[in-house]
Design a protein around this ligand. Structure first.
Ligand code: NDP
Length: 449
């Protein structure tokens, strides 16, 4: 007779929790998963997926402009926001169903409702109690807002996905992934868009060249990008919303969207009460196997605030299932994680920024290229593509790859394999290019900058 009702009880049905639950069940574990909001978590419902769909939607504006140079007549094009959101919502509902079916097919018991910890082996959902040998916390994160006067008047990305209508003017506050992606979405959909970032240059942590190039490209397109812009309060007037700035300036808009980071969603789960250590931001402190400070309580994904990306959460969930139920203790690897920012143009990056590489390696060779992509030799667009490789001179290994341009995410995924395998610049050079593509530039850069 088993000592506990389940071998694993997962709290949170997002990318990490669902993967850990499904794979654990496939290894023969008896698994339950509780979700209080929506299956698929941030990524499926208010993150990666709907965001990318809106990026596609917004890109048609420039696609239609470019099409004219290719002989097409595209007149009277306009977007129906309501239709777009309805279609997006239909796809999200389909994905919610897919997630539910995947869990069901794997034999995971699904429990709707908010789960809290009672003790290290007991979870409460409403007035039901469940016991489990292991408990996994995969509750994700939530947008964080600074406490300034009038902050209740703003929206976050959560609400941006469900706006009843498109605003005429929007202000986006923040300079991270979410802020630049939504600036591109709103601008592309014809909204007069201002992005405010508190520091000297947005996308802190990305390669400096990439940050500068994206700022230039966004400004060329007409996004009003303002740095060193600190919002002190938000007011409502007859003209709409007003952001009052620390330098005395004021800006008006119909919506103000804050994309000022996310916080782990770990409060009021009973974690501290059972002894699970949280850091100052509320992230669950875990060891290299995703074990919390309490034996048998584990955590993956944004709740741990390691690298907050869906594929990383999935990887952490897979590793945990292997550790717990497949006799293969597996540490998630957080090195050389590629990522893309679906700004317009998009960013792709894997490995070290030049700034980080200089701290780690004595001598570097840096290769850079900025060019007008073939597609735009016929259009009126002045968009350029930027590519950069960072090479450790001693080993000849490519330690960093960065780009700004169309399809950056698609290209970066392939290069990430090479970098993960420790590819050298000589091996890049020995690779034949595919002509004519932008990607061939990566295997034809010969002169260090
Ligand atoms: P980030 O933490 O990446 O960025 C937050 C931004 O808000 C930063 O520019 C930060 O400035 C600024 N900020 C923070 N606090 C304040 C404040 N009080 N006032 C004004 N500005 C402030 O958050 P995001 O929501 O953009 O993204 C969260 C995470 O989600 C990302 O790190 C990424 O891991 C993931 N994500 C991934 C995407 C993708 O893969 N394409 C897309 C979206 C999100 P400063 O730099 O000065 O601190």
């Amino acid at each position: 007779m088993a000592r506990y009702g389940f071998d694993l009880f997962t709290i949170g049905g997002g990318s990490g929790g669902v993967r850990a639950a499904r794979v654990s069940a496939s290894f023969g574990a008896r698994v339950a998963l509780a979700e209080e909001r929506y299956l698929g978590g941030t990524c499926v419902n208010v993150g990666c997926i709907p965001k990318k769909l809106l990026v596609y939607a917004s890109h048609y504006a420039s696609d239609f402009r470019d099409a004219r140079s290719y002989g097409w007549s595209v007149d009277n094009s306009q977007v129906d926001w309501g239709a777009l959101i309805a279609n997006k919502d239909r796809e999200i509902a389909r994905l919610n169903g897919v997630y539910g079916r995947l869990l069901g097919d794997a034999g995971v018991e699904q429990i709707e409702g908010r789960a809290t910890l009672v003790d290290a082996h007991t979870v409460a959902v409403g007035d039901r109690r469940f016991t489990a040998e292991n408990i996994l916390i995969a509750t994700g994160g939530w947008p964080a807002l600074p406490s300034i006067p009038g902050i209740e008047r703003v929206i976050t990305s959560n609400e941006a996905f469900h706006l009843k209508s498109l605003p005429e003017r929007v202000i986006i506050v923040g300079g991270g992934y979410t802020a630049v992606e939504f600036a591109g979405i709103f601008h592309g959909l014809g909204v007069q868009t201002t992005e405010l970032y508190r520091g000297p240059l947005f996308l802190r942590g990305f390669d400096l060249d990439v940050r500068q190039v994206l700022a230039e490209e966004m400004r060329k397109q007409g996004v009003d990008l303002r740095f060193e812009a600190v919002v002190e309060k938000i007011e409502r007037t007859d003209a709409g919303l007003v952001a009052r700035l620390a330098d005395g300036g004021a800006l008006e808009a119909d919506e103000i969207m804050y994309a000022t980071g996310r916080r782990p969603l770990t409060r009021d789960l009973g974690l501290e009460e059972v002894g699970v250590e949280l850091d100052a931001r509320g992230a669950i402190v875990v060891d290299e196997y995703s074990r919390s400070s309490v034996d048998h309580i584990w955590a993956v994904g944004d709740a741990t605030d390691r690298i907050n990306l869906t594929p990383v959460a999935i990887h952490e969930g897979m590793c945990l299932a292997n550790t717990l139920f497949n006799d293969k203790p597996t540490r998630p690897c957080h090195d050389d994680v590629p990522s893309a920012v679906f700004s317009q143009p998009s960013i792709g990056a894997v490995g070290l920024t030049e700034e980080r590489a200089r701290e780690r390696y004595a001598e570097l060779d840096v290769y850079k290229s900025r060019f007008r992509p073939l597609k735009h030799t016929l259009t009126e667009s002045d968009e350029t593509t930027f590519m950069k490789l960072i090479v450790d001179r001693e080993s000849d290994r490519v330690v960093g790859f960065h780009m700004v341009g169309a399809d950056a995410g698609e290209m970066t995924q392939g290069v990430a394999v090479a970098i993960k395998c420790g590819a050298t610049k000589a091996q890049f050079d020995a690779t034949i290019g595919i002509h004519p593509t932008s990607a061939e530039e990566f295997v034809t850069m010969r002169e260090p900058a």
